[in-house]
Write a protein that binds this ligand. Structure first.
Ligand code: NDP
Length: 290
């Protein structure tokens, strides 16, 4: 059976991995990149080079964007908008849910269909079904292209709102960056005390692998709006974070990160949650947003 033709616009590390996966699976691929030389190795492997963005859009019905953000999408598609009618644009570039909704409207107004995607693996995972990419947008459009998109990773369709894939992606980035920053902070603290990254590694992974069981325990309570202090109390957590701040200062390293955490714990205390679980801090976050 003939494989579906695909155009990939954006050849950073992610776009390059995507083109390679499509070529390996026998899909005809057309590529375009602002810096044309980044296409050279892929063209040598069999990809077709589009000289212009209009040519790139015309080459395939399915057009995948792998760009830094949505501003790059407008910069590329605006001058070639006449070639958009009839295309299916799958935007795998990160941005906010609101900007994903605006981009969907912008593309649909110009006669193309639109899916948002959020890739949940580094480029090395492209081509592996054990990783997955979040998608949202019109279900029939997703279903029609699911088999081709599966060449990249497994698929996780979140719903018709084009903002949803971006939202789930940002939820994960919210946790990822905070967690990784806390790892780097602990690493600097370990290092200041003569403990190497290698020595610290099993302790770091042990702490992080205990987190899922905490989340599974607390999630139903949080969902029910209950924060009983039967297992932990915010006052205990506040004292614990205070110890981290002091251990950090004693080591002579930057204490901005644990100090910010301490400030949030203290807000919870000031709002009367001392004898509740630390999960009551979710109410502090909700209040700040209101
Ligand atoms: P890069 O930022 O390295 O590459 C982005 C691409 O966007 C390049 O081809 C670049 O062109 C192009 N670009 C940027 N601005 C413009 C513009 N104004 N006009 C035209 N082209 C532009 O990103 P990655 O390849 O690493 O990632 C692509 C997307 O995938 C990003 O949204 C990223 O968040 C997401 N992602 C990346 C992961 C990763 O580990 N790399 C993991 C998960 C998601 P040029 O070559 O000319 O600079």
């Amino acid at each position: 059976m003939d494989k579906q033709a695909v155009t990939v616009i954006g050849l950073g590390p992610m776009g390059q991995a995507m083109v390679t996966a499509f070529l390996d699976n026998g899909h005809p691929v057309t590529v375009w990149n602002r810096t044309a030389s980044r296409a050279d190795a892929l063209v040598a492997r069999g990809a077709g080079r589009a000289a212009t963005t209009t040519e790139a859009l015309t080459a395939s019905q399915l057009v995948i964007l792998s760009l830094t953000d949505h501003d790059a999408m407008y910069a590329i598609l605006e001058p070639a908008a006449a070639a958009l009618p009839g295309r299916v644009v799958v935007n795998l570039s990160s941005d906010t849910p609101e900007r994903a909704r605006t981009a969907a409207e912008w593309v649909e107004q110009r006669g193309a269909r639109y899916l948002t995607g959020g890739v949940q693996t580094p480029p090395s995972g492209i081509g592996s079904p054990e990783f997955s990419t979040l998608y949202s947008g019109p279900q029939e459009v997703f279903e029609a292209h699911r088999d081709t998109l599966r060449v990249l990773t497994g698929t996780d369709y979140r719903g018709s709102d084009p903002g949803l894939a971006a939202l789930y992606y940002q939820l994960q980035m919210d946790m990822f960056w905070t967690t990784m920053l806390s790892y780097l902070h602990a690493l600097a603290l370990a290092d200041a005390n003569g403990i190497s990254a290698k020595e610290f590694l099993p302790y770091a992974t042990s702490t992080l692998s205990s987190i899922p069981s905490f989340m599974e325990f607390y999630a139903p309570r949080i969902e029910a709006g209950e924060h009983p202090g039967d297992v932990d109390r915010l006052a205990m957590g506040t004292a614990s974070v205070d110890h981290v701040v002091h251990t950090t200062r004693d080591a002579g390293i930057d204490a901005a990160l644990p100090s910010a955490v301490l400030e949030i714990f203290r807000r919870g205390m000031a709002e009367g949650h001392a004898t509740d679980s630390f999960t009551s801090l979710v109410e502090v976050f909700r209040k700040a947003a209101a």
